[in-house]
Design a protein around this ligand. Structure first.
Ligand SMILES: Nc1ncnc2c1ncn2[C@@H]1O[C@H](COP(=O)(O)OP(=O)(O)OP(=O)(O)O)[C@@H](O)[C@H]1O
Length: 253
């Protein structure tokens, strides 16, 4: 089976600063892939590369067998045009630490927006689907609320529904609970757990080691722009082999 994401020697620099120094990994279709590591290790940058928000400088990155950001002709790579990138990004849902909802639109309008604007779905159909998605994240009764009238956890659940509205084949989560009050974390993790059960392929950058242990199929510990250790989350979190993983986990567990 084709991997949903495959990274081969992925490098990314900002000016002189090399942030990703040769990432090799594979995310299987249908798995929950957790990415952990200290601040500044390059986790967000890697997600942003997968989602075409950054272009890699060297190596190869594939989503569902398709090269990200480039087209290959013979031995040469050509950068994709903006319109081609926009098409590919439709298949990837991303949920950020901050919810990034449109403040002047209701929860329902936030969820309908992309299907109507980007996919040209008729408004009535998009509204009906948005209602179903809000129900799925437990927010049917908040459809008419504006983001300012929702808690952080509710806003994040709207953000998840909004990403799902585009029928992504891959969901990327960048520390989706770290901006939330502790009592609201569980309601967002519950929605993610449900998505995992439904078979969604998910890459989750997280500090929630309990979630990684319980729900994760694979876990990678990144440090300094490289993959230090990878494996079954229960094994890596219980019995890390690498000294850098041990040192990180001793601070966060
Ligand atoms: N657009 C950019 N321009 C310059 N440097 C950047 C840019 N984006 C990220 N960096 C740098 O890349 C490094 C890795 O950042 P990144 O956000 O990927 O780390 P992270 O592992 O996600 O950290 P955190 O857990 O704090 O979010 C940091 O040193 C950061 O300052």
């Amino acid at each position: 089976m084709t991997a949903m994401v495959k990274a081969e020697g992925v490098h990314k620099s900002f000016g002189q600063v090399e942030v990703l120094k040769g990432i090799d990994l594979e995310v299987a279709t249908g798995e929950v892939f957790c990415l952990i590591g200290p601040s500044g290790s390059g986790k967000s940058t890697f997600l942003r590369c997968i989602n075409h928000l950054e272009k890699i400088n060297a190596g190869r990155l594939y989503v569902d067998g398709d090269l990200v950001g480039y087209r290959q002709k013979g031995d040469r790579l050509y950068e994709l045009k903006d319109a081609e990138v926009a098409l590919k990004r439709r298949d990837i849902g991303m949920v950020f630490q901050r919810f990034n909802l449109f403040p002047h639109k209701t929860a329902l309008e936030n969820v309908m927006e992309a299907p109507v604007q980007v996919r040209g779905v008729a408004k009535a159909a998009a509204r009906e689907r948005a209602g179903q998605l809000l129900e799925r994240v437990g927010l049917s009764d908040k459809a008419g609320n504006y983001p300012s009238q929702l808690s952080g956890g509710q806003q994040q659940r709207v953000a998840i529904a909004r990403a799902l509205a585009m029928d992504p084949k891959l969901m990327l989560f960048d520390e989706p609970t770290s901006a939330l009050d502790p009592e609201l974390v569980g309601e967002v993790l519950d929605v993610m757990r449900q998505l995992a059960e439904e078979g969604m392929t998910m890459i989750v950058v997280t500090h929630e080691m309990g979630f990684a242990r319980e729900v994760g199929d694979s876990l990678v510990f990144m440090d300094g722009g490289v993959v230090v250790e990878a494996g079954d989350p229960r094994e890596v979190l219980t019995d890390p082999r690498h000294e850098r993983t041990q040192s990180f986990l001793s601070k966060v567990l």
